[in-house]
Write a protein that binds this ligand. Sequence first.
Ligand SMILES: NC(=O)c1ccc[n+]([C@@H]2O[C@H](COP(=O)([O-])OP(=O)(O)OC[C@H]3O[C@@H](n4cnc5c(N)ncnc54)[C@H](O)[C@@H]3O)[C@@H](O)[C@H]2O)c1
Length: 360
Amino acid sequence: MAQKELGVAVVGAGRIGTLRARLAAKHPCVGFLAVSDLDPARARALAEQTGADFHCGNNFEIIERPEVNAVFVSTPEGEHAAPVRRALELGKPVLVEKPIALSLDDADDILATLKATKGKLRIGYSRRFKECFLRAKEQMIHGRLGKVTGGLARVYNSRAQTFAILKRDPHATPVLDVLTYYVDLMCWFLEGNAPVEVVARGQTGIFKEAGYDTHDVTWAILTFADGAVVNLGISYALPARFPTQGQSDRVELLGTEGTMLIDDDHKDHLLFSEKGIPHPYVPGHQIEMAFLGSNTAGDWALGDFWGPLGNETRAWLDHLVTGNPTAHTTPEQARVNLETTIAIERAIATGKAVRLPLET
Ligand SMILES: NC(=O)c1ccc[n+]([C@@H]2O[C@H](COP(=O)([O-])OP(=O)(O)OC[C@H]3O[C@@H](n4cnc5c(N)ncnc54)[C@H](O)[C@@H]3O)[C@@H](O)[C@H]2O)c1
């Protein structure tokens, strides 16, 4: 029988913190659960929903609880650094949501604490835990494509979700907040082959009109150390009632001895309902047609949560108990992802190629 050896703290009781806490509460090795939020009422509501043992409005209080030996940091993008550092200082392993931070200074502070404490930190790039991408990584490990010469990854979503993200943090642009998943995937697939240069263009439109300093469409070309060229693109500005409920994407890898095409648009699973379909991320938003399976985190079905974020959460808790190797993004990889997305935005702003690593 499993021993309940994990005590879990979930910092941030929003959409993703709620999923982490609900999944942790169901994990057979979790014997203690605590949740916090800047808004104590949210922490209380999540504690009631999950049967958590403790809740409060002070992040450090839950991290410092003696029963806690694993910490999820699910705060907004610009609020990751302080709770991550506190947990590491106390020697507690952390899974923090992507991106590791919104600035390289914050990321470097986290990395410095990690080095000083010799702690354990992973970053929640849950696309890695989508089955099509796990399968793709397996084929890359077997070398079935030969030498990869290039590829592409592009992702689309409706503007309904983007406005919800920008409202939370106007600096969490589609490139820093979402294209980062595809930078992560490409760097993971091409592991050992670092990105060295970015050229990019972006076009403004509805987001700029609404007062946000970001683009409706971004296209970038990333060159890797061995010369491989990868096209990365994002538009999170599709009409609000477009059927994608998270991410419609396409990932292609081209090699000297093979090709891999991953159609992850989700046009193969349509739901139409005259009664309306609630959006999984944007409260109060309804659509009549949905690409089922496009919700980034995954989906509830039969009382359990299935999909990338479910796999990722369970895999991290399992990893803590078993000590087995895991595919979660490392802090060094997350820093490369952040640096590369910052370079993409810099390349758009200057119209020039930007070399990586960035000069500080
Ligand atoms: N892996 C995925 O599938 C996925 C999907 C969406 C978002 N995310 C990431 O998850 C993180 C959170 O996103 P979300 O959608 O849950 O946001 P959200 O806005 O739904 O929730 C954030 C919560 O944090 C609370 N909060 C704000 N500042 C805080 C602080 N300093 N301390 C404690 N609580 C604080 C807010 O009150 C809110 O309850 C982000 O980093 C985001 O990029 C991951």
